[in-house]
Design a protein. Structure first.
Length: 196
């Protein structure tokens, strides 16, 4: 039985970001609860600022990023929110990967994707990256990806959301992450059987 491979992308480059913690916890939950599936966290920190002049001869870091995405069956993105949208560096990396550079062609089209996220804010105005997820979802639909719609994972007050061992204080979120992963694997397998 082949392993279902999920590429994990953290929308923040900060080493100790809340979304990196969330993605690491998601990776662990996948290992513990989703039989036959794994998450590999993809390092895209060396992808440069997009420059169309470089498309015919892209930097190796871009090719490596695209190849990593192409080699996986599905993608999960953990994104923070910046000014009510996704962070610029993440958008930049997606722009590069969406271009028909290298020999892998379109790496996003027809692929299953899930979006999760957390944010440091709390109170009535905090969305836990919900607004960023909405913006990102529109971009990924434009790229012909197939999103997992529910459950939504939008964790607010992220500074108090994690235990020392990396688990989430609120087990409701962990249960929902497991459901997201189950739905992502199910959708990804369906798309592989019937790509139309």
């Amino acid at each position: 039985m082949s392993v279902f491979k999920i590429a994990g992308i953290c929308g923040s480059l900060r080493k100790d970001s809340f979304n990196k913690k969330l993605l690491l916890r998601t990776q662990q939950l996948c290992s513990e609860h989703i039989k036959g599936a794994t998450i590999e966290i993809i390092d895209w920190s060396q992808v440069p600022i997009y420059n169309q002049d470089l498309e015919s001869n892209p930097p190796q870091s871009v090719l490596d990023f695209k190849n990593s995405l192409a080699d996986h069956d599905a993608i999960i993105i953990s994104t923070p929110e910046y000014n009510y949208s996704i962070p610029g560096p993440l958008k930049n990396a997606i722009d590069w990967a969406s271009r028909p550079v290298g020999d892998r062609g379109q790496v996003f089209a027809g692929k299953a994707v899930a979006i999760i996220g957390s944010g440091p804010g709390s109170g009535p105005g905090s969305s836990g990256s919900g607004r960023a997820q909405f913006v990102l979802r529109k971009s990924l639909v434009f790229l012909d990806m197939v999103p997992v719609n529910k459950p939504l994972i939008t964790i607010t007050d992220a500074g108090h959301a994690f235990n020392e061992d990396g688990s989430l204080v609120n087990k409701h979120f962990e249960n929902n992450i497991i459901k997201v992963l189950q739905n992502l694997v199910k959708l990804g397998k369906q798309l592989k059987i019937d790509p139309e």
